[in-house]
Write a protein that binds this ligand. Structure first.
Ligand SMILES: Cc1cc2nc3c(=O)[nH]c(=O)nc-3n(C[C@H](O)[C@H](O)[C@H](O)COP(=O)(O)OP(=O)(O)OC[C@H]3O[C@@H](n4cnc5c(N)ncnc54)[C@H](O)[C@@H]3O)c2cc1C
Length: 424
């Protein structure tokens, strides 16, 4: 590094300098925690982009799904395909109720929706952004927009020196990496140079591309309580499945994409899924129901809707693809066609050929290796004074507000540790 460091370093003016790299959810929460707990610290957020909190803005379809109404740390942690064990302990320190209280204290009211997701009552993500900008301004947090970090070096006598994208050089006593998804960059190379392991990245929370005559033309239909599984691996996911122009989406599909993110990447997103459109109904249960229909409603047409849970057009399609003629009545339904229909209902096999990004929420799994972090302080076990918060760590949750909750929790713990250290 050739340029002289900026005059922000504690060695010059004895004010501890805490550098936060990234002006997203985790970066702001970390910065605000340090400023709140140690008002004497100089806190700077470096954001390489031109906008603060850009992902918060577009999150939750522009409404920002801030957290989830799950207040038991153990249960909450089970919503994280990667990082559940570490986050469980962290949630005992900062969980959704703490997030709600924090926002309430700053005038942001949050409501719960039927499925447990929580949004600002304004239904506008700008409310969250305004809260962070106002709170950080009042707390005297320095915000540098359009200024990223290119590299990071550890100084011999303690502290850090880093090169900015505007070619200035700064110093800080403590640094928190809150850069979100850790794509290849000079900063990532610096972290690797400091002996940190970066777990390979893989997208999570995506929809499945399926071109199949059974669902062709049915886009927009949804089944509220279905079950889906990758054939030959993993556990099934239940919940709504949405039929789209490209294939399948909806909570059950997104959840499956999260839990199987790495395996599906390895298969280059070409794999087979099995769908039970009737959730967990078994072959025997469906057959019993069909037997009752034969006896009691033998004259009724099989194409007429049978299950409340299934949209009429999907039922008709599954009956048709099972080879059942338009005029077939329950009393005449041949056994082989009945068996085909039962298979379509409870074990429909579909070939997935590719993925589509979910517009409402997506994340990346992979990032800083969890084992290299002291989770009590969100601090590197390798480089004292170096902290991590948010999506840059190898953690990710399913949809529903869990990813932001992880950002608030890790940001809070990192902030507490940095505030304490800078008081010394
Ligand atoms: C479309 C969409 C919708 C979403 N909706 C939701 C939702 O409703 N609820 C939910 O829980 N989760 C949601 N998520 C996930 C959530 O947005 C992320 O988990 C969360 O933003 C992670 O926060 P973060 O601060 O770690 O990273 P980010 O929000 O990505 O912020 C990191 C910041 O660091 C900056 N940066 C990167 N490198 C550098 C550098 N070298 N120097 C300086 N700055 C740098 C980036 O420009 C960025 O602004 C959504 C994601 C997407 C993409």
């Amino acid at each position: 590094m050739s340029k002289k460091p900026q005059d922000t370093h504690s060695h010059r003016n004895n004010t501890p300098h805490v550098a936060i790299v990234g002006g997203g959810a985790a970066g702001f929460f970390t910065a605000l925690t340090v400023a709140e707990l140690n008002p004497s610290a100089k806190v700077t957020i470096y954001e390489k982009g031109q906008k603060w909190l850009a992902k918060v803005k577009i999150s939750g379809g522009g409404r920002c799904n801030v957290t989830h109404s799950c207040f038991d740390p153990k249960e909450l942690s089970m919503r994280y395909p990667r990082g559940a064990r570490e986050l469980r302990a962290a949630f005992y320190r900062w969980q959704p109720q703490d997030t709600l209280d924090w926002f309430a204290e700053r005038g942001v009211k949050i409501k719960r929706e039927e499925d447990g997701r929580m949004f600002p009552v304004t239904d506008d993500s700008q409310t969250v952004i305004d809260c962070f900008l106002k709170t950080s301004q009042e707390a005297g947090v320095q915000r540098l927009k359009g200024v990223g970090l290119k590299s990071l070096e550890v100084l011999d006598g303690g502290g850090f020196e880093f090169e900015r994208t505007d070619d200035q050089v700064d110093r800080a006593d403590a640094v928190c990496i809150a850069t979100g998804s850790l794509k290849a960059s000079s900063l990532v190379r610096s972290l690797e140079g400091l002996s940190h392991t970066i777990e390979p990245l893989a997208p999570s929370l995506f929809a499945f591309n399926v071109a199949d005559k059974r669902t062709h033309g049915l886009a927009g239909l949804s089944v509220q309580d279905a079950q889906v599984q990758v054939v030959g691996s993993g556990k099934p996911q239940t919940g709504p499945i949405l039929l789209t122009h490209r294939g399948f989406s909806g909570p059950a599909i997104l959840r499956l994409s999260a839990w199987e993110a790495r395996a599906l990447q390895e298969q280059n997103y070409h794999f087979e899924i099995a769908i039970n459109w009737l959730k967990d109904m078994t072959e025997n249960q469906v057959r019993e129901q069909f037997n009752r229909l034969r006896k009691r409603s033998g004259k009724n047409n099989v194409h007429s809707k049978v299950f409340d849970a299934l949209p009429r057009r999907l039922w008709e399609r599954l009956v048709t693809v099972s080879g059942i003629g338009e005029d077939t009545r329950w009393a005449q339904l041949p056994k082989d066609q009945e068996t085909t229909l039962i298979n379509e209902l409870i074990d429909g096999r579909y070939q997935v050929q590719g993925k589509t990004t979910n517009k409402d929420e997506f994340v990346t799994c992979g990032g800083v290796c969890r084992k290299e972090i002291d989770w009590r302080r969100m601090e590197s076990k390798i480089v004292p004074g170096l902290h991590f918060a948010g999506e840059c760590i190898d953690i990710d949750g399913i949809t529903g507000g869990f990813n932001f909750q992880a950002a608030w929790t890790t940001g809070r713990i990192a902030g507490e540790a940095m505030a304490e250290a800078s008081c010394d």
